[in-house]
Design a protein around this ligand. Structure first.
Ligand code: AVJ
Length: 326
């Protein structure tokens, strides 16, 4: 059996079809919105990497500090033979888990799941080179829509650990979160587990600064979605026509990123035969990043048929890793 396979569960043109759908729906809604997944073209992914190194953006460092301390516990608690990583972005944190599971002696296979074939190929090449005993079975899939793991194949044997790190679950709206967690639950066998990273509710000033940094990297990241729309859909959107906005919604306990129109104008989307009016000061919501509390995570897991088995935080209680079981 080859050490590397790549399975496509998404049609080649699924991404552009989904982008068109999302733009038509979101840009004609009141208020206007776009799903945050469209930030991440090559430039957007670079900008996000830059964000993770900003002094204000604590989540990446906080999560890494938990993994540094707890990876061995996670390996012992799960005994995973297969590590499935959803939205397999940051290889650095993945390696902490892979090292711990390898040292524990159980890991055989790593299954990165992502919509980006190039991201998967890059991640796989590096891991194959560095871990001679590891099989890598990459899945091109949109896991938000449901999770189809290649079950019944010896290479993806249980126990399996499904990792969803970075706090990315906070990008889903509550109903989407419930749907996502139910899909994960449906994919779990009795011995499998979910490792979930969640950013925690904290002082509003700390939260807002993390999404509105002094160097303006997050503003550039936010405005990058305009470049994606320009390139993919021919939209005549100009980043200079918008201001970056980050606000804390204290009722819903989430950060919203928005782009606020500096003047009134009409944006044309020739590829969609669509024209969209912006009023002066009108805001387009580009991201929701929900923040969590232990009781809420426990409740959402329970609603999806999972129990919260372990809850680990960093010393400053900024971020949490949950280990959940069916
Ligand atoms: C990658 C989704 C976890 O919500 O904090 C960073 C994305 N947005 N700065 C987050 C992001 C603005 C990030 N996630």
């Amino acid at each position: 059996m080859s050490r590397f396979t790549l399975t496509r569960q998404l049609p080649e043109d699924a991404t552009s079809a989904a982008l068109r759908d999302d733009v038509v729906t979101g840009m004609t809604s009141e208020p206007k919105w776009l799903p945050p997944k469209w930030f991440y073209d090559t430039r957007g992914s670079e900008l996000f990497e830059e964000i993770t190194r900003l002094p204000e953006y604590y989540p990446t460092r906080a999560e890494r500090s938990i993994l540094d301390r707890r990876a061995a516990d996670i390996a012992a608690a799960t005994g995973a033979r297969t590590l499935v990583e959803l939205g397999s972005g940051s290889s650095e944190k993945t390696r902490l888990l892979i090292n711990a599971l390898r040292d524990h002696g159980t890991l055989r296979t790593y299954v990165p799941v992502d919509v980006s074939e190039s991201a998967l190929e890059q991640a796989a090449a590096a891991l194959l080179a560095d871990y001679p005993g590891l099989g890598v079975h990459a899945l091109i899939a949109d896991f938000q829509a449901g999770l189809r793991l290649p079950v019944g194949e010896a290479e993806t044997d249980g126990p399996r650990l499904i990792a969803f790190l970075g706090g990315t679950i906070g990008n889903l709206l509550p109903a989407e979160r419930a749907e996502f967690l139910a899909a994960v639950r449906a994919a779990l066998a009795p011995d499998d587990a979910l490792l979930l990273g969640t950013d925690l509710v904290k002082d509003e000033r700390v939260l807002v600064a993390a999404y509105d940094d002094a160097a303006g990297v997050t503003a550039a990241f936010n405005k990058n979605v305009l470049a994606v729309l320009r390139r993919e859909l021919g939209a005549d959107l100009d980043p200079r026509d918008f201001d970056h906005v980050a606000v804390w919604d204290r009722e819903r306990e989430w950060i919203e990123m928005r782009l606020r129109a500096r003047t009134a104008f009409t944006a044309k989307f020739p590829a969609l035969d669509l024209a969209v009016d912006f009023a002066e000061g009108e805001e387009l919501r580009t991201e929701v990043s929900a923040k969590f509390r232990e009781a809420g995570v426990r409740k959402e897991l329970a609603a999806a048929g999972m129990r919260l088995d372990r809850w680990w935080t960093d010393p400053q209680n900024r971020f949490a890793l949950s280990l959940a079981r069916p």
